[in-house]
Design a protein around this ligand. Structure first.
Ligand SMILES: C[S@@+](CC[C@H](N)C(=O)[O-])C[C@H]1O[C@@H](n2cnc3c(N)ncnc32)[C@H](O)[C@@H]1O
Length: 199
């Protein structure tokens, strides 16, 4: 009998907090770029290859994806990127120092459209503000989604963070992520934005 794979992992089922090695030890220094929900790791791998001086951390709440993603990074021969099994809202506040990141990527986050599922979304006003504190001045948060309604909500949340200014639309990373390649290949409309820390 075929096994039914859930489309999304409910991040609210994550228990405890990340107890693994310090990402700085895994990367040879503190992360300079963070991807929230790297999935199978296409963007992490592409970005690690194009920016060898960057240190990239992926925070992924779906255990099976963590293994696949880490294997892709290892087989891709990159040492400047890694992924950990962790939940962004729980673990990023403690794992990432303030004013330390050049980039944060939020590519095709899970939509969770039903009203009763909204709490599962990764971004809300509080977490948007928290992410801004992790960027160095001038550092950027990039997002993309194929869901127009979600894109509008993300934009609204980021526009509400005083420390951030919108500096562009769809970031190049959208075409490097796995979901991005999928949607672009189908000709789907995708939306996104780039926000820089300005204070
Ligand atoms: C639709 S997939 C997109 C994967 C990848 N970013 C891409 O563009 O191909 C969303 C990913 O975010 C992960 N995710 C969702 N909520 C998360 C959270 N709170 N913390 C960490 N990862 C999360 C999911 O497990 C999934 O791998």
């Amino acid at each position: 009998m075929a096994m039914r794979l859930r489309q999304h992992t409910n991040p609210l089922t994550y228990r405890g907090s990340y107890q693994g090695p310090d990402p700085a030890l895994l990367l040879g220094g503190p992360p300079t770029e963070l991807e929230i929900g790297p999935g199978l790791g296409e963007l992490l791998l592409a970005r690690a290859l194009e920016a060898p001086a960057a240190r990239l951390l992926g925070v992924e709440v779906r255990r099976a994806y963590v293994e696949i993603c880490q294997r892709a990074l290892t087989e891709g021969g990159v040492r400047n990127a890694c992924v950990i099994y962790a939940e962004a809202r729980t673990d990023v506040p403690r794992l990432i120092a303030e004013r330390s990141l050049d980039r944060i990527y939020l590519m095709f986050p899970d939509p969770w459209f039903k009203h009763r599922h909204r709490k599962r979304r990764v971004l809300d006003a509080g977490f948007a503000g928290l992410l801004a504190t992790k960027l160095r001045p001038g550092g950027e948060l990039h997002y993309a989604t194929d869901r127009g309604e979600l894109g509008s909500e993300i934009r609204h949340l980021l526009d509400g963070v005083a420390a951030l200014a919108r500096v562009g639309d769809l970031p190049p990373a959208a075409a490097q992520s796995g979901r991005g390649q999928h949607h672009l290949g189908r000709g789907d409309i995708i939306v996104g934005g780039r926000y820089a820390r300005v204070s």
